[in-house]
Design a protein around this ligand. Structure first.
Ligand code: FES
Length: 367
């Protein structure tokens, strides 16, 4: 009942009359949070349904997002926002379940490797339990399954398997007929994530050839090499999907380029966005947040998203890596440098991504 009222024009009118604001959600959310956190309107919340150990340092969290969450395509990511010791922290994770699972029972899954020293992944492993709630963004990313079935190769390392699991299970369920090879690199056998799911796929889906290599096991160093690629039939005609740590991605990209596989047939999804070296001397400046009337001085290569948050603002964002465009915002004047490309913007009005834009002199943002 409250949820319905919340979305109605009447409540917006009431919010305007009582609080002189267009966003009554800001006032009602604390109340809704107490009744059921999934009813809140300012952010989309999800409840943790289960937590499962995959390997000694990797767990799968099954989440049930609020009903108004929009769904996803296999290979996409979401940003999760968690409150850890009173501080809200946002991180991006690939979805490891399938869209079919979400349609059938309303749940999604993220498979999270604990990063050494990682504040968020460490906390999730130790403290995030069934029943807890967190905020989820819309899904984003374009690491998509080919529209038409064609031969494919996946070169994957460690927890890079998570979006690929979603791809493969979706392809198998849809009866994808072209041959698919998965070369999966892990340090040791105990680091294989979702081994049972992968073996079940290989058993029931004849199109899939599954090969798992260990790179740090006693007596074996099976790093990606040309010999392994030579064993993949018709490699040059395959669509290539890469996912994993930077070193493996760079090596795979290099080996595939040397075989003259065109760039537009190689699809990558990375754990972090590549960045270019920026000239620190020209970075920083006065940042004006026009709508909120805040003004601050930035030094060095802090992004405008970080600067806004440090000023007490909460701009919309998702991945913090320049992928999802959820942080897009108008710059009304001044120049910014794009962290991903190193390119400098014009002086005038334009849309920028806050998370990868660094001020180069005084800038004004419509925030
Ligand atoms: S937060 Fe995703 S592009 Fe900026």
């Amino acid at each position: 009942m409250l949820a319905q009222l919340q979305t109605s024009g009447a409540v917006h009118w009431l919010g305007r009359q009582l609080f002189n604001r267009e966003d009554p959600a800001a006032f009602f959310d604390p109340l809704l949070e107490r009744i059921d956190p999934l009813l809140t309107r300012q952010t989309i919340r999800a409840r943790v349904i289960s937590v499962t150990d995959e390997t000694p340092d990797t767990k799968t969290f099954v989440l049930e997002p609020a009903g108004r969450w929009q769904g996803f395509r296999a290979g996409q990511h979401i940003a999760l926002t968690l409150e850890i010791n009173g501080v809200r922290r946002t991180r991006t994770f690939s979805l490891s379940g399938t869209p079919a699972q979400w349609r059938q029972n309303g749940t999604i899954a993220v498979t999270v490797k604990r990063i050494q020293g990682g504040q968020v992944t460490g906390w999730m492993h130790e403290c995030l339990e069934p029943g807890a709630t967190l905020s989820v963004s819309d899904a984003f990313g374009d690491f998509d399954i080919p529209d038409v079935a064609e031969p494919a190769i996946y070169i994957v390392g460690g927890s890079g398997i998570t979006p690929v699991l979603s791809h493969l299970e979706t392809m198998a369920a849809d009866g994808y007929r072209a041959p698919v090879t998965l070369l999966y690199y892990v340090r040791t056998h105990q680091d294989i994530i979702a081994r049972d799911r992968l073996e079940a796929l290989a058993q029931h889906w004849p199109a899939l050839a599954l090969k798992i290599f260990t790179t740090e096991e006693a007596g074996s160093d099976q790093r990606l090499n040309d010999h392994q690629l030579n064993q993949v039939p018709g490699l040059n005609a395959r669509r290539c999907f890469l996912c994993g740590p930077e070193g493996l991605m760079d090596l795979a990209g290099d080996l595939l380029h040397r075989r003259n596989i065109p760039e537009d047939r190689i699809h990558c999804t990375r754990f972090s966005a590549p960045t270019v070296e920026l000239d620190g001397d020209n970075l920083g400046g006065q940042v004006q947040f026009a709508k909120s009337g805040k003004q601050t001085e930035s030094l060095g290569d802090a992004s405008i998203l970080d600067i806004a948050e440090a000023s007490g603002l909460s701009p919309k964002h998702g991945c913090r890596m320049g992928i999802c465009h959820q942080c897009s915002c108008r710059k009304t004047s001044g120049t910014v440098v794009n962290r991903l490309t190193g390119k400098t913007s014009g002086q005038g009005e334009e849309t920028i991504q806050l998370c990868v834009s660094v001020p180069a002199g005084a800038v004004s943002i419509d925030l």
